[in-house]
Structures are given as C-alpha cells and as structure tokens.
Design a protein around this ligand. Structure first.
Ligand SMILES: Nc1ncnc2c1ncn2[C@@H]1O[C@H](COP(=O)(O)OP(=O)(O)OP(=O)(O)O)[C@@H](O)[C@H]1O
Ligand SMILES: [Mg+2]
Length: 224
C-alpha cells in the first residue's frame, strides 16, 4: 500500500477567469521515499502539496492516503489525519514572532490529541534538540535568524513524529550555506524514517538522492 496515491488529480479555481491549476496529476509516494517537486512559479507546486496535506480539496480524480479514499472522508476525519500524518514546513516559516521558540513548537501540538498535554513541553524540547536549537528555546522567534526560524519550524513539524513531512520551498528565504544546513537536516529526518515531499528549486546535488518530478503548468512529469 502506498502512503500517497493521487490519480488524475485535478483542481480548478473558479475565476473569472477559471484556472486549472492541477491537471490530471498522477503521483505515488511510497513509505520512506524522498520526493522533490520542481517547476516554475505559478505551475501549481504549492497547490499540489496542499492537496496532499489535506489543506485543499481536489475537484477531480482520486486521492488515497494510506490506502483510504480521502474524497469520502468527513471533515473531522480529514482534520485528524492532517494533524497525525503530516508535518508542514513553509518558505515563510509561519512562526509567531512574539512568542518563544519553545512556545511555537508547543503550540504546533494544540490539535495533536494523541500527545497528552502534560508531555507536550518535553516533546517540544526534544524536537528543538533534534534540530540543534535547544539553546534558543527561550528566545522570541522574531529574534532568530532565518535559518534558526526554519529549524524551529522543522522542530514544530517533526514534534508529532509525522509519517510525511511536506516542505514548501523551505530554503527559499535562506542564503546558500544556511539552505545547505536545512536540507541536511531534512535529509537526516528522512533517514530517521520520515517520508519527505519537498518543493524546491535547489540544485539536485544539494538535495541529494531523491525521486524528482517537474510541474509544468499543472501537469506533473516524473524526471527520475
Ligand atoms: N486560492 C486561489 N484562488 C485562485 N487562484 C489561485 C489560488 N491559489 C493559487 N492560485 C493560482 O494557482 C496557480 C498555482 O499556484 P501555486 O501557488 O500552486 O504555484 P507554485 O508553483 O507554488 O508557485 P510558486 O513557485 O510561486 O510558489 C497560480 O496561477 C495561482 O495564482
Ligand atoms: Mg508555491
């Protein structure tokens, strides 16, 4: 059974003008895979990632997640899976700059009913240690450098031990050395057992061994 199985996935934004952002995309992600999606701005990469992460609904085709048809799911079931299966990392970090690194990671667990409240702090501390940022736990997120912010976002994403880590241009706002560090960290999280889907423009040699897809105006083309 594949973790993610999209078949002929289609998404159209009703306009005017109406745009078919995803056009019959086929994508299979197996457990333990590292998948990279490349493609020009506006080609539909974020839309695809959001569809995988149940943040947006498809309007055509099918999407089986862990063998279950997501299109027949109730919203409560989608909410539960979104929290339990996925960890999200975005280009713009999406941290609360007025709260500490630790508080940001803890708040990422507020919908994680599987993680008891009393263990959340320790879980968050462990996640910050995992990304090498324990020493910044009590710093306000707004005071951190871009690379440190992305480490906090990664800590928040992995704190619930998600099966699938979805990263949308996580190095897009970072200089090349910091980008290398963050990609190295994502690779080590992958080695620990996470399945990774990464949207990135970074050169293939920097990303390392992975399955590569190219998004071309809503069509997904497998490169390797
Ligand atoms: N909520 C929305 N309503 C209408 N159109 C949208 C919406 N979200 C995205 N689009 C359009 O869908 C297309 C694909 O957007 P998407 O964000 O998926 O592209 P992308 O490949 O991630 O681009 P980038 O590399 O710039 O992040 C764009 O033309 C965008 O304007
Ligand atoms: Mg995008």
């Amino acid at each position: 059974m594949s973790l993610v199985e999209l078949s002929q996935a289609t998404k159209t934004y009703m306009g005017p003008p109406s745009t078919e952002v995803l056009s019959r995309c086929d994508l299979t992600v197996e457990k333990g895979e590292f998948v990279t999606i490349r493609g020009r701005s506006g080609s539909g990469k974020s839309t695809l990632l959001n569809a995988i992460g149940l943040l947006t609904e498809l309007d055509g085709g099918s999407y089986n997640l862990q063998g279950v048809d997501t299109r027949s799911m109730r919203e409560t079931e989608r909410d539960r899976l979104r929290g339990e299966v996925f960890g999200f990392v975005f280009q713009s970090f999406h941290l609360d700059s007025t709260r500490t690194a630790l508080a940001n990671v803890i708040s990422g667990m507020r919908f994680q009913h599987a993680i008891p409240r009393r263990t959340r702090k320790a879980t968050a501390v462990a996640a910050l240690e995992r990304v090498g940022l324990f020493h910044r736990s009590t710093w306000l997120a707004g005071r951190l450098s871009g690379g440190e912010k992305q480490r906090v976002a990664l800590a928040r994403a992995i704190s619930s031990h998600p099966s699938i880590l979805l990263c949308d241009e996580p190095t897009g706002n970072l200089d090349s050395d910091t980008a290398r560090d963050i990609l190295g960290l994502i690779r080590s999280i992958h080695r620990d057992g996470a399945t990774v889907v990464l949207v990135s423009h970074e050169p293939a040699e920097l990303v390392g061994d992975c399955v590569v897809y190219e998004m071309v105006r809503g069509r997904l083309v497998r490169e390797s």
